[in-house]
Design a protein around this ligand. Structure first.
Ligand code: TRP
Length: 310
């Protein structure tokens, strides 16, 4: 089984730096160092998303139990440390196979080894892949498939890409299969901006790790501190934007090229779109899913959506 996607996919970390409006694809954020920094972000006091989503999962176990009413395969997109998945694995029977898919190979291998020790009865098979590109699922022997896409990662796609992406995920599924999708909701911008610009500077380090990665992979020596981390909520687009802003005029020497960067010029590194339930209904309509159920925290900061294949 393969998905086919049409995501704006640069061939390498540098390609967007030669464009009029400079940008770096956010998927380059997740090398080993970046994945570790992201794990730290999920523990930050300002980053409410991870703990809110975990609480929603834990407080709605009967919903997940009814999703897994028959022997099933749980397929997670962007599994990281699989922390939230453990809530499902600990409390829900009938998960016979767990397929974590992650772009960071080393990180995935460690996670699979640890999980297999903790859950010897579950068949765990990691797939190291960029899930925005065509990927193959192992043979799941006709078991019900449940796709788990938590962490509001859907928000890191452009809206049109999100539709195409879910449409392609839909093509891996059959009627009766389901999708559990975590989304961060629209809300007061000070809450959102703090979540992407924490006081301890971990998110700044995560963003600047892109520069470290360019230095390492392209034998460059860009001063990491010549860029500052900027996070701005764009309420009309319903998204928080992350940038690296140059603190001075500079010329970057990378991969045999020179790139001029002006003082205060920004390199766009990430968007995180926020979705309310009406946005999810719309997204489902255009990608072949029907929103069945939305469970949220009391403040309605975050929602976990259960979607069925149509
Ligand atoms: N999916 C996460 C989100 O949009 C990714 C993320 C969190 C992120 N903090 C970040 C991406 C900071 C770039 C920079 O919330």
């Amino acid at each position: 089984m393969k998905t086919h996607l049409n995501v704006k996919a640069p061939s390498n970390i540098l390609s967007g730096l030669f464009e009029e409006k400079k940008w770096i694809s956010s998927k380059f954020l997740y090398d080993e160092q970046g994945s570790q920094l992201f794990e730290q972000i999920t523990d930050l006091p300002e980053y409410y998303q991870t703990r809110t989503e975990a609480r929603i999962l834990l407080e709605n176990l009967s919903t997940w139990k009814s999703v897994f009413h028959e022997p099933s395969a749980l397929i997670e997109l962007g599994s990281g440390s699989s922390k939230k998945t453990k809530i499902l694995l600990d409390h829900v029977k009938n998960i016979e196979s767990y397929i974590p898919i992650d772009i960071s190979e080393e990180f995935l291998a460690d996670t699979v080894t640890q999980l297999q020790t903790s859950y010897p009865e579950i068949h765990i098979q990691g797939v190291s892949a960029d899930y925005t590109q065509p990927f193959t699922l192992p043979d799941l022997k006709g078991k019900k498939k449940v796709i788990f896409f938590p962490g509001s990662t859907i928000g890191n796609f452009e809206p049109g890409e999100a539709e195409r992406f879910l449409g392609n995920i839909r093509s891996l599924l059959e009627p009766g299969d389901e999708l559990i999708l975590g989304v961060d909701r629209k809300k007061d911008e000070t809450v959102i901006e703090a979540a992407y610009d924490d006081a301890a500077g971990v998110t700044a380090a995560f963003n600047k790790n892109l520069i470290t990665r360019i230095n390492r992979e392209h034998e460059a020596s860009i001063d990491v501190e010549s860029f500052s981390h900027v996070a701005l909520y764009n309420s009309s687009a319903g998204r928080i934007e992350m940038h690296l802003e140059s603190v001075r005029d500079q010329v970057l020497s990378v991969g045999g090229h020179t790139i001029e960067v002006k003082k205060q010029e920004r390199i766009h590194t990430e968007n995180s779109y926020k979705y309310d339930p009406e946005d999810i209904i719309q997204l489902g309509r255009s990608s072949g899913f029907l929103l069945q159920r939305v469970v949220s925290d009391e403040r309605e900061y975050f929602s976990v959506c259960l979607m069925e294949v149509v």
